[in-house]
Design a protein around this ligand. Sequence first.
Ligand code: CUA
Length: 337
Amino acid sequence: MGRLSLLCALALLSACDTAQSMTGGDGRDGELFNGLFSIFLIVAGAVYALVVAFLAWAWFRERGKRQDGQRDKGGVRREPLLRIALIGWAGFIALGLAGLTAASYFTDRSMAHSVPGGEPVLSVEIVANQWWWDVRYHFHDSSKNIRTANELHLPVGVPATIALRSNDVIHSFWVPNLAGKQDLIPGYRTDIVLVPGRIGAYRGQCAEFCGLQHAHMALDVTVESKADFAAWMARQAAPAPAPATPLARAGYDYVMNRECSACHAIAGTPASGQVGPDLTHLAGRKSIGAGTLPMTRGHLYAWVADPQGPKPGNNMPSIGLEAAELHAVVAYLETLK
Ligand code: CUA
């Protein structure tokens, strides 16, 4: 039984080392948090060990006295050694608390100030909605601005300022591998600076309960080389390709002329709705519905046929497409790479 629970604990610990982990230290703030956590763990661990050792010593001592028929005549004053030990103990606690305070303060200052490499070079705006992330990259040349949803790509080592807003309720932006949490508050802009230190795929998650589908409010974060990031930006900046097959063409006509384009925008087409996620490069994303379903053809069918099935309560209504319309719409959406 003991071995089994040990194995389970090891399995759980190893499962922590994944795309959504506070122990990864894959970004600057993540590393700072790890350092602070280690200091707290060591100091608190030492205090705990000393308390347990003292209790054990007192228990054995008392038991020894009882066996010898002695009674404790009491008082620390009569035992100089014990008195010195207690004074030392109080001093150790005071020093430990002062050390933890100082470590917290300096970690906090490091997070607030030092953006390595000077000014942030990447400016991203993320707007939270129930229950998805609207992601916009802003550049000096505004014709290069791009918009995507539920995914964030960052070049490794480049500081990115993320301006955070909310369209409805309080959400919380949290990519634990990279940094701590930052709330998104309606009517108020907050900021967080991310400095990704390691190439990888991470999972962000809304960390403030925001309604029925709070748990289905994930963000796919990709940290990549500068060259890969530039290539991704170039793909995102391109308008959606024109439909090449008759089926995709039929889907395009449906999307443009029926309900879809009232809520969704597709760059390079008349669809310019702002209520729902931008669909320009939908099929190139990793997931559907902010991490609700992995991006596959089957899941596209499932989502378009009945968005309330996999994610009840979200703002996309079930439209009730005929089978032929569903095939056409999915065929068109699949071209949006
Ligand atoms: Cu958004 Cu929880």
